[in-house]
Design a protein around this ligand. Structure first.
Ligand SMILES: [Zn+2]
Length: 108
């Protein structure tokens, strides 16, 4: 399972928001599957991302103290590694927003 499939909706959208605001600093690739980055949030948090084993990824924020939690920082680093996934998510967001408006219009 990919990281985006196991994260919560909240982490997903907050992570996407962080991506759009370019919160990821000093992204570094360690090997084929592992990345390190600093993410500017309330504080600067350090993320170690393991794409092959997303649950082994770590982050220094309080939410990720329980290691299996996929926090928004891990999500935003993932989006920085795969910007096309972020673009996809942004497109879906725009589309559902437009659909939502259309439905509202139809109802009135
Ligand atoms: Zn975090």
């Amino acid at each position: 399972m990919g990281l985006l499939e196991i994260c919560s909706h909240n982490s997903y959208w907050r992570g996407l928001d962080y991506f759009e605001n370019k919160r990821v600093k000093s992204l570094k690739q360690i090997n084929r599957y592992e990345f390190e980055a600093d993410v500017e949030g309330t504080k600067t948090y350090h993320v170690h991302l393991d794409i092959a084993h997303p649950r082994k990824s770590t982050c220094t924020c309080p939410h990720a103290a329980d290691k299996s939690t996929i926090c928004k920082h891990k999500v935003v680093v993932y989006f920085s590694v795969f910007p096309e996934k972020a673009q996809e998510a942004i497109n879906v967001e725009n589309r559902s927003f437009r659909t939502g408006c259309k439905e509202k219009f139809k109802a009135t």
